[in-house]
Structure formats: C-alpha cells, structure tokens
Write a protein that binds this ligand. Structure first.
Ligand code: CAA
Length: 258
C-alpha cells in the first residue's frame, strides 16, 4: 500500500482499514486529506483480496468537518475550478462496501463523509451535526441531501437550519447509524461487521451495494427494475449455485469469488 500523510492504511483478513490522521485539526478534511482518501480507497477497491473497507478516525474525532482554515479565504473560482473535495467524489465511487466507525465529532463534512459510507457504526461518544449555517454557508458534501434521506426531512431541517449537534443515541433513533457501541469496542465491532461482509461473494456484495445506492438515487419503480435485473443476473455466478447448494446440503457456503 502507498504511504500517506493524512491517513494510515492497514489490511487485515480481507478488510482494508483507513484511519484519518490529522489529530491536531480533529481530522478536518483539507484538500490533501480528500485527495489521499480518494486514492487510498480506490487502491483498496482495486485490491483483489479485499472485500470490505473500514473508515475511522480517532477517539476524539471521526472528522470535525471541512478544513475551515484552508477554506476561509477561497474564492468562488477556487471552490469550483479547483474543487478541494474532488477526492471525496472518488471515495463516493468505491464499489466495495465501506463501514464507518465513528467516535467523537462527525460534524459538517465529517458527518457527510460518514454518510458516503454504507454501514454506520457509532461509539457512544459520537456527536453528529451540520453546523455550516454557523459559518455562513450550507453543507456542501451531501448534508442537505443524504441527511434528509437518512433521517427524514423534519430532523434534517432541524439540524441543518439550527446547526445543533446530535448525540449517538439520537442518531440511532433517527436511523443515521445502525448500531451504537461503547467507544472501547468500536474498532472490534467494525472489524467484525466488515469481516462478515468480506466473507461473502465479492461480486454479490458489490451488486448489493449498487442496488442499495440505487434506492437513494432513483424512483421506486426504476429501483425495483434495477434490483430485479441485478438479482436475475446473479444466477450467472458460480457463487449463486454454491450458496444455494450449500443451503440444500446444510453446510456453510464456500464462495470462490472472494
Ligand atoms: N477546520 C479546521 N480546523 C479545525 C476544524 C475544522 N473544521 N475543527 C477543529 N479544528 C481545529 C481547531 O481550530 C483547533 O486547532 P488549533 O489548536 O490550532 O486552534 C483544533 O482543531 C482543536 O479544536 P478545538 O480547540 O476547537 O477543540 P474543542 O474540543 O474546543 O472543539 C469542536 C471541538 C466543537 C469540533 C470545534 O473544533 C468546532 O466547532 N470545529 C468546527 C466544526 C465545524 O464547523 N465543522 C463544519 C466545517 S464546514 C464544512 O464541513 C463544509 C462542508 O459541508 C463541505
């Protein structure tokens, strides 16, 4: 794996772990981090013996948002022609599932980065919010769009318009995260979830992620057609034959495409 300045990458049992590492800035997303994150995630996406990614930060911060100090003096031209977050678009195109393990602050771009992942796990000290309104801007990496879909328009409007924070329990009740665990268990929980995903057939988990994404991006009718076409196409895989044969034989499946 390549070496990075703003994050670390490890691999363990078919799981690629990316840890954001700008501790003095609470993992604020500057252009360097965005570029490196896009590159690291793409590298893991293209590594054949990796089935799932984990994205995490420190105990204190998953990420406290876009880097305000880097952004503060930029012009409209800088923000459009030299989009500092282009690397995050690359991150959003990763085909393999990504488990977000979120402890501490996940604010602004940090909350938005978490929402670009597929399974969101929170430590009991996690804090979510879209405080951009307090900076004289609005969320710019999906906070008005993905948050509305994740928690519904009422709570999304409450958070985006007031800029208030939400704790892990509220995030769980709202459906933003699927589990809350004690902070000390966050990493092992994330590795366990990622390990379960990585043990499945790789083309099938990629297909499942794409279908789940379609649910966020299209109409119900088009999404149902997409799902049905994908479901049917999976009958071309040896792993479908193996999965169903294993059920009939009352044994664990031995998927080949991993
Ligand atoms: N950008 C740049 N630096 C940041 C940062 C950010 N988003 N968040 C924290 N830091 C830096 C602080 O400036 C500080 O650095 P110095 O020691 O050099 O001053 C260091 O991280 C530690 O932060 P604090 O001293 O503020 O720590 P705290 O515990 O008192 O407060 C906090 C923590 C509540 C998260 C506070 O740091 C904070 O409010 N951060 C900003 C949160 C925010 O507004 N995020 C949205 C950013 S805009 C955005 O994300 C736009 C978008 O949608 C694309």
């Amino acid at each position: 794996m390549s070496a990075y300045e703003t994050l670390t990458v490890e691999t363990q049992n078919r799981v690629g772990i990316i840890t954001l590492n700008r501790p003095r800035a609470l993992n604020a997303l500057n252009s360097k981090l965005a570029t490196e994150l896009g590159r690291a995630a793409t590298e893991l996406d293209n590594t054949s013996n990796i089935g799932c990614l984990v994205l995490t930060g420190s105990d204190r911060a998953f990420a406290a948002g876009a880097d305000i100090k880097e952004m503060a003096d930029k012009s409209v031209y800088d923000m459009t022609a030299n989009n500092p977050f282009a690397g995050l678009e690359e991150f959003g195109r990763v085909k393999k599932p990504i488990v977000a393990a979120i402890a501490g602050y996940a604010l602004g771009g940090g909350c938005e980065l978490a929402m670009m992942c597929d399974v969101l796990l929170a430590a009991d000290n996690a804090v979510f919010g879209q405080p951009e309104i307090n900076l004289g801007v609005i969320p710019g990496l999906g906070g008005t769009q993905r948050l509305s879909r994740a928690v519904g328009p009422a709570l999304a409007a409450d958070l985006v318009l007031t800029g208030r924070n939400m704790d892990a329990e509220e995030a769980l009740r709202a459906g933003l995260v699927s589990r809350v665990v004690p902070a000390a268990q966050l990493r092992s929980e994330a590795m366990s979830v990622a390990g379960m995903i990585a043990a499945k057939s790789l083309p099938v988990i990629i297909a499942a992620k794409a279908a789940l994404r379609a649910a966020q991006e299209t109409t119900l009718a088009e999404g149902l057609r997409y799902e049905q076409r994908t479901f049917t196409s999976l009958f071309a895989l040896d792993d479908q034959k193996e999965g169903m044969a294993a059920f009939r034989d009352k044994r664990a499946p031995d998927f080949q495409n991993r």
